[in-house]
Design a protein around this ligand. Structure first.
Ligand code: 1GP
Length: 247
């Protein structure tokens, strides 16, 4: 089964998908693999791998190989640029940062990376990537014109544009480590226009209650990253998040 079908199937059957994001720049590959295994034991559905700075090359390859030794869920690249690709991943969120001012993040990195995705045989999952306030490092690196927290209609406009351009997934991002996630009003307004297209929400989600608020507002998939780096009991924390968002 393709990774996109696997994720969509879980979203339909279980209500919401949980994705654990691991930044290969944040820890050695063996530690990343231990985190991934604990997350899978806790019920996460797939492992996303990527980051805005220093998340490519050998660290990325070795992190993927170690994770694949320890787990059997799909590994999905979440690249900050064309350097964030690896032959060892199952799929890539092939995304355009629609509200970037920098053409490199809208189409150039995509063009530079596409031949490698083809050559490596990684499954591309087309995705509109939209960054809201506060935006964090990815907002700065991606030179995003951040969507104000109180302007859901702007997030709706970009999301519809992505859908009309044929992107299957939409990712509303508040930035890794954000003090607050994307607002429920924005999530709800975007999901309303997306219909069956899948909505991913991430940035600043640290507990089950917050994850549930995002899921109830309309998120089909919830991404958490920072919390697995901070917690001492990854399995328990992921169990808390997963049990809060599944049917
Ligand atoms: C970042 O949305 C993800 O791209 C995850 O954010 O690190 O805040 O969980 P956190």
């Amino acid at each position: 089964m393709k990774v996109e079908e696997y994720l969509n199937d879980i979203a339909e059957r279980e209500g919401t998908v949980h994705l654990t994001l691991i930044d290969p720049a944040s820890q050695p590959p063996e530690v990343a693999a231990d985190i991934a295994k604990a997350a899978v034991d806790g019920g996460t559905d797939a492992i996303m791998i990527g980051g805005s700075t220093g998340a490519g090359g050998l660290a990325l390859d070795q992190t993927l190989l170690k994770i694949k030794e320890q787990t059997n869920v799909p590994t999905i690249l979440f690249p900050g640029n064309a350097g964030g690709l690896s032959i060892h991943a199952d799929a890539v969120l092939f995304m355009s940062l629609l509200n970037s001012r920098d053409i490199n993040y809208v189409t150039t990195n995509q063009a530079m990376g596409a031949p490698l995705v083809y050559k490596y045989g990684i499954e591309p999952i087309s995705m509109a990537y939209i960054i809201t306030e506060p935006g964090g490092t990815v907002g700065w690196v991606g030179d995003a014109k951040l969507i104000p927290r109180n302007k859901p209609e702007l997030a709706v406009a970009y999301s519809l544009a992505g859908k009309y351009m044929g992107m299957h997934y939409t990712y509303l991002e508040a930035g890794s480590g954000a003090d607050q996630p994307v607002t429920p009003a924005t999530i709800g307004a975007v999901k309303h226009v997306l219909g069956d297209n899948k909505l991913i929400v991430g940035g600043g989600i640290r507990d089950g209650m917050t994850a549930k608020i995002c899921a109830d507002a309309g998120a089909d998939m919830i991404v958490t990253g920072t919390i697995v780096e901070e917690t001492e009991d990854v399995r328990n924390k992921i169990e808390e998040l997963v049990s809060a968002i599944k049917k």
